[in-house]
Design a protein around this ligand. Structure first.
Ligand code: GRF
Length: 200
């Protein structure tokens, strides 16, 4: 029997995507286990959710940097993820750019979910950018992570129409519904490809 997929999740905020992954696991639609949740903010709700679910969780020491992800911190995270036996790393609202230490430790094994149809509206507040731009549609993208800002190879996208009268908040809420369905599915599909990748 094949061993269960071991997921590590990194997030900076509310963790609703992490929750969607957990729900999919609990409902039996994703055959995986979240073995470690890490956040760069000690008070992030994602850590509370992990603790409530009895999942190992911890705070990343970013050495006082607000948005930079220092190389030493990335090395420490890579080590923690390896020690936990993580097969696949899922960024779920993690707000720092990933660099070599993590990418080399987990080649083609780090996924991200972004609230737009990339390459449109990378970076922060993508839903706000879409409304301000008068876009007729937006959505969510799951992609492999590289060193750029939301630039890695796209795995899948889900579309969301921008409605008349949409505010950034109302659009973001609908995009999040799509994200919550999309992310567990992509993880499940991508898991099938992991066997052909080098071991982390
Ligand atoms: C999501 O919209 C995700 O696409 C973006 O950050 C948000 C995180 O939300 N990267 P949550 O913490 O999963 O609720």
């Amino acid at each position: 029997m094949q061993a269960k997929l071991r997921l590590g999740v990194l997030g900076s905020g509310s963790g609703s995507n992490f929750q969607a992954i957990l729900d999919a696991i609990n409902q039996g639609s994703l055959d995986a286990e979240v073995v470690l949740v890490l956040s760069d903010f000690s008070d992030a709700k994602i850590l509370q959710r992990a603790e409530q679910a009895g999942i190992a969780a911890g705070c990343i020491d970013c050495r006082g940097f607000k948005s930079k992800f220092p190389l030493e911190s990335q090395q420490a995270v890579a080590q923690q993820l390896k020690q936990a036996g993580v097969d696949l790393v899922c960024l779920a609202g993690f707000m720092r750019l990933i660099g070599k230490p993590l990418l080399e430790a987990f080649p083609a094994r780090i996924l991200n979910i972004h609230p737009s149809l990339l390459p449109n509206y990378p970076g922060l507040h993508a839903w706000e950018q879409a409304v301000e731009d008068g876009a007729s549609e937006s959505g969510a993208t799951v992609h492999l992570v590289d060193e750029g800002m939301d630039t890695g190879p796209i795995l899948t996208q889900g579309k969301v129409a921008v409605l008349e009268g949409d505010t950034p908040a109302s659009l973001h809420a609908r995009i999040q519904q799509v994200e919550h369905a999309l992310y567990p599915q992509v993880i499940r599909d991508y898991a099938a490809k992991l066997a052909s990748l080098p071991q982390p």
